[in-house]
Design a protein around this ligand. Structure first.
Ligand code: F6R
Length: 253
């Protein structure tokens, strides 16, 4: 089945519609298992989900979440850890019980074992119902960088120079960006029953064009999603700027 593409006019619209998509899953299946992303792109989505929780009683009490990734070497309390990001933007703002949220431990003593246990945890929970993804300027999903094997499960990855550079905006300088991360693998992500990929900004336009119009190749990890049966690509006009006319015509709101 071809990827469904929805092009929206603004970041605000992206945030509202993506939150609506997640909220629909949680209302339909309160015990849903959500796969979650960090980074700049989903911040507005989390804000909107929090608003839906406060104003409309969207209930996360039975929901389970698994995050895509965490930097190796950062403790939970580190200001730039994804654990801190998730607490600040989502977990602490809704009624999700703390034993139902999961993120790899970047400071685990035995990283290989941490990866195995994380993968087992996802399986025990019954697999992911809806995985929310961002996309790197180089086409990565999770921290699966170009060249990643499509068969990987949760594993330790070495971040590419372009990802270190892109993420240095959150750190004092690129020297402080960890060089490794634990990430769900491409196979882990692919096994999610439904996938929602979000992209905003011109910096993503090339990766989005390559993903939509190019071949399925490990050089662009997001291209693997073209083989998945249920993917929604939600992008702003800026991120869709390099898509061919005929694709754009079919993909408006
Ligand atoms: C984050 C993640 C990454 C980001 C991607 C885009 O958990 O797995 O793949 O989604 O790097 O990041 P932003 O949204 O900051 O452009």
């Amino acid at each position: 089945m071809p990827i469904r593409i929805l092009i929206v006019d603004s970041y605000q619209e992206l945030s509202q519609l993506s939150a609506g998509f997640v909220a629909e899953m949680v209302r339909f299946k309160p015990s849903a298992v959500l796969g979650l992303a960090t980074g700049s792109t989903p911040i507005g989505m989390y804000e909107e989900l929090v608003r839906l929780h406060i104003e409309q009683g969207l209930d996360f009490s039975k929901t389970t979440t698994f995050n895509l990734d965490e930097y190796v070497g950062l403790s939970e309390s580190h200001a730039q850890s994804y654990y801190t990001y998730m607490r600040r933007n989502f977990w602490d703002c809704v009624n999700i019980p703390s034993d139902q949220v999961h993120i790899p431990r970047g400071d685990a003593g035995d990283l290989a074992r941490e990866c195995e246990e994380y993968e087992e945890g996802i399986e025990r929970a019954g697999g992911i119902d809806l995985q929310v993804l961002g996309i790197g300027t180089n086409g990565h999903i999770g921290f699966n960088e170009p060249g990643s094997d499509f068969g990987t499960k949760t594993h330790v990855v070495r971040l590419s120079e372009s990802t270190i550079e892109a993420n240095s905006r959150f750190f004092a300088s690129s020297n402080f960006v960890p060089r490794e991360a634990i990430s769900m693998g491409l196979q882990t992500i692919f096994r999610s029953r439904r996938i929602l990929l979000l992209a905003d900004g011109e910096s993503k336009a090339r990766a989005i064009r390559q993903m939509v119009t190019g071949d399925v190749t490990p050089q662009l990890p997001a291209s693997l999603l073209k083989q998945h049966a249920d993917v929604m690509l939600m992008v702003t006009r800026q991120a869709a700027a390099e898509l061919p006319e005929d694709v754009v015509k079919l993909s408006g709101t």
